[in-house]
Design a protein around this ligand. Structure first.
Ligand SMILES: *[C@@H]1O[C@H](CO)[C@@H](O)[C@H](O)[C@H]1NC(C)=O
Ligand SMILES: *[C@@H]1O[C@H](CO)[C@@H](O)[C@H](O)[C@H]1NC(C)=O
Ligand SMILES: *[C@@H]1O[C@H](CO)[C@@H](O)[C@H](O)[C@H]1NC(C)=O
Ligand SMILES: *[C@@H]1O[C@H](CO)[C@@H](O)[C@H](O)[C@H]1NC(C)=O
Ligand SMILES: *[C@@H]1O[C@H](CO)[C@@H](O)[C@H](O)[C@H]1NC(C)=O
Ligand SMILES: *[C@@H]1O[C@H](CO)[C@@H](O)[C@H](O)[C@H]1NC(C)=O
Length: 362
């Protein structure tokens, strides 16, 4: 039997959620010791999430329809961390450099893109006008979790908190299910670098096919390669092979590419403008953060921690392969930058344990 009341409420929530569009974001990191445990479960009133956006205000009355589950209380407490003025300042800058329209393009538009547009300038070939023949699978999201693959996530109990975000972004198709308690189960976007792209494409051809398909299935949503340099990129064939495997095996994912690698030197100007300092070779994590800030209202970072110990405990490099740190330059600088953003309420940087009392379900 269908409970129509509940059904109506759920449908209403869905409609409101999908119609909800705001442009707001932040990003910041803090040192482990200074990180406030953002676990105040007091439900925020509408004034608490007054982001000076009218759509936020409609949102608040709808939020109260869904009677306080632990996920919602969790989300409310997370939301209260952000300073939306500061988020908008960040977005104002990152949107000059990145946009999902250019940087996360649906794979199904690859051919028409190559045919009709200049890849570098993203203009139409027959005019100087902006390339308008492609689509992005990205929408705008209220809350995003950006997951680095750092060993700091082991034993963090952050899974439930991560999964409470509307949109979860991971890097390089990491394993999730065996670590769900610490890293969450949801994935909405996975970035994939050149080396990993090659590895996955290879995996699909060999006897590892079954495992590779299983891993792809663990990361539904979008699989996004930011490193194609079109046309004639060797990565193109590999991404196409993954796209084909996804379709043939009914995996609930789409693939996407960028009009040019976002690891390019544009980043130097972006980070100089953003942080008033130069970042030598900004990392994938930093670039993914900047790109995400253009379509996420509020970003939480997990698994970004550059040191080999935390509270006197050894921290492996990744949460999944037991590798230890070798010298990683520049990461501490990026980490400091994220910490500053965290303390301004531009982003949430989560290091260490999450409050598990709210996430008992996992
Ligand atoms: C939780 O937040 C409420 C309102 O934002 C505040 O009044 C209260 O002191 C906070 N409690 C803790 C333990 O931080
Ligand atoms: C919400 O933000 C608007 C616009 O900045 C402001 O005028 C209003 O007083 C705020 N409301 C509350 C309850 O803080
Ligand atoms: C929020 O950020 C803005 C701009 O960065 C700053 O001027 C303001 O003081 C901040 N508000 C709070 C409550 O920290
Ligand atoms: C994010 O992914 C989860 C499954 O991993 C899915 O249930 C959810 O609808 C996705 N959210 C969005 C906004 O696409
Ligand atoms: C960490 O180790 C140092 C030296 O071994 C010790 O002095 C310090 O008390 C330890 N700190 C913690 C938090 O355990
Ligand atoms: C987790 O949150 C609960 C409720 O707010 C609080 O009582 C508890 O002390 C928190 N635990 C940790 C480890 O922060």
């Amino acid at each position: 039997m269908v409970d129509w009341k509940e059904f109506t409420v759920v449908v209403l929530c869905l409609i409101l959620m999908t119609s909800y569009v705001v442009w707001d974001n932040k990003g910041a990191f803090e040192f482990p010791a200074m990180i406030p445990r953002v676990m105040n479960i007091t439900r925020l009133t509408s004034s608490g999430i007054n982001d000076t956006q009218s759509s936020e205000n409609t949102q608040s009355s709808e939020t109260s329809l869904k009677v306080g589950s632990s996920e919602e209380r969790l989300m409310d407490s997370i939301m209260s961390h952000y300073n939306m003025t500061s988020v908008r300042e960040l977005q104002h800058i990152t949107r000059k450099y990145f946009s999902p329209k250019r940087h996360i393009i649906a794979m199904s538009d690859l051919d028409i893109f190559i045919e009709k547009c200049h890849t570098k300038s993203f203009t139409l070939r027959n005019s100087k006008k902006r390339c308008d023949v492609t689509h992005t699978p990205i929408k705008r999201y209220r809350t995003c979790a950006l997951i680095g693959n750092g060993g700091i996530l082991l034993d963090s109990g952050c899974g439930a908190e991560i999964d409470a975000h509307e949109f979860v972004i991971r890097n390089n198709l990491p394993p999730t299910l065996p670590y769900a308690k610490d890293v969450g189960k949801r994935t909405n976007l996975t970035t994939i670098n050149r080396a990993r792209l090659a590895q996955v494409a290879r995996g699909l051809r060999r006897k590892k096919k079954k495992d590779t398909l299983a891993r792809l299935g663990e990361s539904p949503g979008m699989i996004f390669s930011y490193s194609l340099s079109l046309p004639g990129s060797p990565s193109k064939k590999k991404l196409e092979a993954i796209d084909k495997a996804i379709k043939e095996n009914n995996i609930d994912a789409v693939t996407a590419f960028s009009h040019q690698s976002y690891m390019g030197n544009k980043g130097y100007d972006l980070y100089k403008e953003l942080f008033h300092k130069r970042l030598r070779l900004p990392s994938t994590g930093m670039n993914t953060f900047a790109l995400a800030s253009t379509f996420c209202d509020r970003i939480s970072l997990y698994g970004f921690y550059p040191l080999s110990t935390y509270k006197n405990k050894t921290v492996p490099y990744h949460y999944y392969d037991g590798k230890m740190y070798n010298k990683v330059h520049k990461m501490p600088v990026e980490f400091e930058t994220f910490q500053q953003l965290h303390s301004k309420g531009t982003i949430r940087l989560v290091v260490g344990k999450c409050n598990v009392t709210l996430g008992e379900k996992l």
